[in-house]
Write a protein that binds this ligand. Structure first.
Ligand code: NAD
Length: 350
């Protein structure tokens, strides 16, 4: 049942939103508000079943609790899903009705964009509630902040692995040069790293390689490259049985979510191979830091300074991983739980 699912993931509240007039079907999941109001984006997706939508929103909202907690933000974790086709089912009435549901939570949940949702959609939501971030003309594209956090975290990992945090001369392969990937390539080439790039879009590759002196490699060839650092900035689950038998890098550090195909299995193999894996949800928190700056009326400078803390957080995780002989992803989860426990004196048990 739904209540069983909720308690399995330890959620505080799940709201099912239904409106026949607009055809809205949505679920808002508030996982944990110990550190502050639950912030997380709304995803619009044509789920095959309601159960699929529920599983997704429960899983994603829990992930936001961990991301927000380890980033030191005064935010809890939440997420929403709208069941529908983001190309054909969008209209003002639907999003305003959704906004009324968000508003009914009185600020316990703050929404933003996720897959399938644009800033324009959020302006409709904003007509009914102020509990929304990612509006046009506000904090804007989070990618520069995300890329900066990934870059400083990568440097912290280099310090641990190579004894210096300089990336000059290091061979770094960036998989996916979209919004975040491009900013990351700029930081890396500015510092004198030898950068390799791959992407499914030829025109993007051509533009980036010309602008930043990065060398293009094949979509699959990236895994066999002689490199120091592998930076996944496109898809999840690229660290798996197949790629781990091929990757020769010392560090895995990128923006993509859920890089380890199976956290426990592949996180452990990475450690046994002597590679450093910088936990993705900590490394790519620049996006949510940017959202927080918008809702808390903080400046872009504040957001960049907060993203810079990812350097120290990475160092703490890597140090504890060695001391406790536990993979980095598990240390990151522990650190997030410790913050929540300290603030709320609640024992979480997953
Ligand atoms: P994006 O869509 O702008 O860029 C992704 C790029 O990857 C595109 O250029 C795409 O063509 C390319 N790509 C797709 N499949 C590929 C493949 N098989 N091999 C190589 N390249 C491929 O997305 P983005 O905003 O740059 O985000 C990148 C990743 O970081 C995503 O996983 C996203 O969830 C995550 N992330 C982004 C932010 C942010 O601030 N944008 C924040 C946190 C996490």
């Amino acid at each position: 049942t739904v209540l069983d699912d909720m308690s399995k993931y330890d959620h505080e509240q799940v709201v099912f939103c239904q409106d026949n007039a607009t055809g809205l079907k949505a679920i808002i999941a508030v996982h944990n508000t110990v550190c502050g109001p639950a912030l997380g984006g709304t995803r619009m997706w044509q789920y095959a079943t309601g159960a699929d939508a529920l599983t997704d929103v429960l899983r994603l909202s829990r992930g936001m609790t961990y991301k927000n907690a380890i980033s030191g933000l005064n935010l809890g974790g939440g997420k929403a899903v709208i069941i529908g086709n983001s190309r054909t089912d969008k209209n003002e009435a639907l999003f305003r009705r959704f906004g009324k549901f968000v508003n009914s939570l009185s600020g316990k949940y703050i929404t933003a964009e996720d897959v399938g949702i644009s800033p324009q959609d959020m302006t409709w939501v904003n007509m009914e509630t102020n509990h929304v971030a990612g509006l046009p003309g506000k904090s804007g594209d989070p990618s520069p902040v995300t890329a900066y956090g990934v870059y400083v975290g990568m440097k912290a990992a280099a310090k641990q692995q190579f004894g210096s945090d300089s990336l000059a001369g290091k061979r770094v392969a960036v998989q996916g040069v979209g919004h975040v990937g491009e900013y990351l390539v700029k930081h890396l080439t500015d510092e004198g790293a030898k950068v390799f790039i791959t992407d499914i879009h030829e025109d993007t590759l051509k533009r980036i390689s010309n602008t930043y002196k990065a060398e293009v490699v094949g979509l699959d060839a990236i895994y066999d490259l002689d490199m120091d650092i592998y930076a996944p900035c496109a898809l999840g689950a690229t660290v798996n049985d197949d790629t781990l038998s091929r990757l020769k890098c010392s560090i895995i550090a990128g923006a993509a979510n859920n890089q380890l195909q199976q956290e426990d299995v592949h996180g452990k193999i990475v450690m046994e191979k002597g590679m450093i894996y910088t936990p993705d949800f900590m490394l790519n928190a620049g996006g949510v830091i940017n959202c927080y700056a918008e809702v808390a009326n903080l400046t872009p400078e504040w957001a960049m300074a907060k993203a810079e803390e990812i350097y120290n957080t990475t160092t703490s995780i890597l140090t504890r991983s060695i001391q406790e002989n536990i993979p980095t992803y598990a240390i990151a989860n522990k650190m997030a739980e410790e913050r929540i426990e300290a603030l709320g004196k609640v024992k979480l048990s997953y």
